[in-house]
Design a protein. Structure first.
Length: 276
C-alpha cells in the first residue's frame, strides 16, 4: 500500500520544485482622453426629449481596476448653421458633462463638439441621424441551445430607398448593430435571446433603437468585438488602436479615443417573465 502513496508525493515534490514565477513587465502608457458623446433624441415621445451627456474618461493600464474620470475639462457644442454655443458642465464632478440649458439637436444641422483638456483642444462634428420607431416588441416562447434562454421579438418598418444602419441597446450593456442591406423598405423582425448570464428573469428592461451612420456602425462593430459585451459598457475599455471621429487639433499624435454621434432613438420598456 505504501507504493500507492509514494508516487503522488514524489510527483508533487518534483513539480513544485519546477515551478518558476515569471514577472511580466507591462509598459505603462500615456493616458488618452476617452470621449463617449452618443446623443439620443427621443423623437417618438411627446414632448421630444434628448439625452445629451458627454462622458469623459482617461485610458488606464491593463491591470488597473478603475477608469479615471475627467472633471476639469471645458466642453461646449457649436451649431455650425448659426454659430450658437451650447455650454456643458460637470455639476456632479463625475466626468459626465450636461448642457446648462435643455438642448435638442435639430434636423440637418452640423454640430461641432469642442473639448479643452490639459491645454489641448479636441473637436468632432456630427449631424443627427434619422431613425424609425418600434412597431412591436414582445416576449417569445422559443429558446436556443440550453433551453433556458429568454426570447425578445422586435419588429420595425425600415424606410425605403435609404441606406440605414441601426444600433440596438438591449440593456445590461448588450448591443446589436444592424444594416438594412437585405430588408430595405420592408417590415423587419428578428429575435434576440438573453441567456441566464445576460439577464436574470423575471426582469423589466428598457431597450433602445437608434439610427446611426455607416461610419459609426463600422466603428461600433469593431469596438464590441475587441472590448466584448458586458464589460461595463463599450466605452469603458476602448482599444488603444481604435480611432473615432474626435481629433486633437493641438497635438495630432496625442489622439483621443471614442466618438461623437447624434441619433434619433426610440425606447420600449417590457417586463419579461420566466417561461415554464
Amino acid at each position: 500500500m505504501k507504493k500507492i502513496y509514494i508516487l503522488p508525493i514524489l510527483m508533487c515534490f518534483f513539480f513544485s520544485n519546477c515551478e518558476k514565477v515569471v514577472d511580466i513587465d507591462v509598459p505603462s502608457i500615456q493616458p488618452k482622453l476617452i470621449v463617449d458623446a452618443s446623443f439620443e433624441v427621443l423623437f417618438d415621445e411627446t414632448p421630444v426629449t434628448a439625452n445629451t451627456v458627454v462622458k469623459l474618461r482617461l485610458s488606464a493600464d491593463y491591470f488597473e481596476e478603475t477608469i479615471p474620470t475627467v472633471t476639469n475639462a471645458t466642453v461646449f457644442l457649436t451649431d455650425l448653421s448659426n454659430n450658437t454655443i451650447v455650454n456643458f458642465s460637470d455639476g456632479n464632478a463625475d466626468g459626465n458633462y450636461e448642457p446648462l440649458n435643455p438642448f435638442i439637436p435639430a434636423d440637418n444641422v452640423d454640430y461641432e463638439l469642442t473639448i479643452i483638456y490639459d491645454n489641448e483642444t479636441y473637436k468632432g462634428i456630427a449631424t443627427k441621424v434619422k431613425s424609425t420607431p418600434f412597431t412591436k416588441v414582445e416576449q417569445g416562447d422559443k429558446t436556443l441551445f440550453s433551453g433556458n434562454e429568454t426570447e425578445l421579438k422586435i419588429d420595425f418598418k425600415d424606410p425605403a430607398n435609404i441606406e440605414n444602419y441601426y444600433l440596438f441597446n438591449l440593456s445590461n450593456n448588450l448591443f446589436l448593430s444592424v444594416e438594412d442591406r437585405f430588408f430595405d423598405g420592408s417590415d423587419y423582425n428578428f429575435s434576440y435571446f438573453y441567456d441566464e448570464d445576460d439577464l436574470e428573469v423575471p426582469a423589466t428592461v428598457e431597450i433602445k433603437m437608434s439610427g446611426i451612420t455607416k461610419e459609426y456602425f463600422t466603428y461600433f462593430r469593431v469596438l464590441v468585438d475587441q472590448s466584448g459585451q458586458n464589460a461595463g459598457g463599450p466605452f469603458e475599455t476602448v482599444p488603444s488602436s481604435l480611432l473615432g471621429n474626435m481629433i486633437n487639433t493641438t497635438n495630432e499624435s496625442n489622439f483621443p479615443l471614442g466618438y461623437f454621434h447624434i441619433s434619433e432613438t426610440d425606447t420600449f420598456t417590457i417586463s419579461l417573465v420566466k417561461k415554464d
